[in-house]
Design a protein around this ligand. Structure first.
Ligand code: SF4
Ligand code: SF4
Ligand code: SF4
Length: 254
């Protein structure tokens, strides 16, 4: 029963981590000011950071992390078979994320560099939509707590879930920040999907594109700006590759 005296059927939700730092799940679990109200809408069936109880029936599955081991593929497929709505939760799940940096190094060499002679199974970091159909993507490294709550509440109440289509620059300029391009830095704000309140450039740090490509952006114009400013194209490529969110654009460019 809610405070108005009628019963709300809670939606069953579960969260699963694959190869990642679990920072996105922690973002959600740490939001103490609004967490009780948020959880009031949901029946937590499996969420390691929030509850020790484990159940295999759920409607919404949040998937955090990329896929980097073959056994993760079967686990992900089993979750997909159960979930009515499967959400790629955070940039690792949406794009492959920072884990994708290892894709540029031969697998054996990467493992040897960290684990020496120990045997460790690994495969290229893969976004989850390459393995199973994804219903919703919530990008960010980490995700924005407010955005996650808004989107999940939207799923529960069947309201539209619209992520911003415009790039980070729009929010950055509204804050009257000094543009980091004018300070000689390559910032990915012109091509990156907004929704983070331009937190990095507001803190005088360039946007590294953790939220992936904005729908309404002009990639060739962005490259042209970098060239006109006399900035490094190598640095631009390095930044675009960091979260693997721009892989399609880089493939297309080459
Ligand atoms: S997206 Fe970032 S914060 Fe989230 S799990 Fe991956 S590395 Fe961690
Ligand atoms: S600092 Fe970055 S995000 Fe801000 S206006 Fe300049 S390019 Fe755009
Ligand atoms: S400014 Fe860019 S890198 Fe920073 S949180 Fe926003 S999208 Fe991610």
């Amino acid at each position: 029963m809610n405070h108005l005296g009628f019963k709300i059927d809670k939606v069953k939700i579960a969260s699963f981590d694959f190869t990642c730092c679990e920072g996105c799940q922690l973002q959600l679990a740490n939001k103490e000011s609004t967490l009780p109200a948020f959880l009031g809408l949901l029946d937590i069936r499996n969420f390691r950071e929030i509850s020790s109880e484990r159940y295999d029936d759920y409607d919404i599955a949040l998937i955090e992390g990329s896929i980097t081991r073959s056994d993760e593929i079967e686990r992900l497929k089993a979750i997909r078979a159960q979930a009515k709505v499967l959400v790629a939760f955070g940039s690792c799940a949406c794009f492959g994320g920072v884990n994708s940096l290892k894709n540029k190094i031969p697998g054996e060499e990467a493992v040897r560099g960290v684990y020496g002679d120990k045997t460790v199974q690994t495969m290229p970091s893969t976004k989850i939509s390459d393995i199973v159909p994804v219903d919703l993507m919530i990008p960010g490294c980490p995700v924005s707590k407010a955005e996650v709550e808004r989107i999940i509440v939207g799923v529960v109440t069947r309201a539209p879930n619209n992520l911003p289509k415009y790039p980070v620059c729009v929010d950055c300029k509204q804050k009257l920040n000094t543009c980091l391009f004018d300070l000689g830095e390559v910032c990915l704000g012109p091509v990156t999907k907004a929704g983070c309140d331009a937190v990095c450039p507001t803190g005088k740090t360039v946007c590294l594109g953790c939220r992936g490509p904005a729908d309404d952006m002009n990639f060739p114009s962005f490259i042209q700006i970098v060239k006109e400013k006399g900035l490094s194209l190598d640095e631009m490529h390095e930044k675009l590759a960091f979260y693997n969110g721009f892989a399609d654009f880089l493939d297309h460019e080459s």
